[in-house]
Write a protein that binds this ligand. Sequence first.
Ligand code: HEC
Length: 144
Amino acid sequence: MRRHLLMVLAGVVVASLVGIAQSGEISSEADYDAAMKEVGATFGALRSDMEARDGEAVLAGTAKLADLFEQVQGFWASHDVPAAAAIATEAAEAARAITSAVESQAFQEIAPARDALGGTCQSCHNEYREPVDGGGFRVKPGVL
Ligand code: HEC
């Protein structure tokens, strides 16, 4: 029974990830949660790829983050929360700034852009995210 439930849950996560990939749109809080998990994993990998000076992997990561944050921006805009949408735009721009810095070999610009990107996580989370009892996070009630 428990195992079955886990498989169903895994199916939901996969379906929502596929949903995001196919539609390019975050249309529910479950999709949003899946997108943030992907953002978290991608940003973690990006930091290690930067440490390792793996340019190809860094470019793949920043392209993915720019794309995800455009979708995040769309989610907040569709819920009419312009301040959160603006932070998401900043995040997408910071990801693109890393891309340009790597492409033009302006290496001194990489760390500031990475810090700007990390700063957007914090400012949005402080304002709009809260932990859920028993683990995980959600959008603060009353925001959407
Ligand atoms: C525009 C707002 C916004 C920005 C920018 C943002 N987040 Fe989030 N994030 C949220 C909200 C709201 C939640 C809670 C919603 C949820 O988890 O369902 C969240 C949840 C998360 C979670 C928890 C997912 C879970 O439930 O396990 C992770 C991990 C995460 N964000 C990583 C990041 C990282 C890393 C960045 C920056 C690179 C970032 N986020 C930028 C709004 C944002």
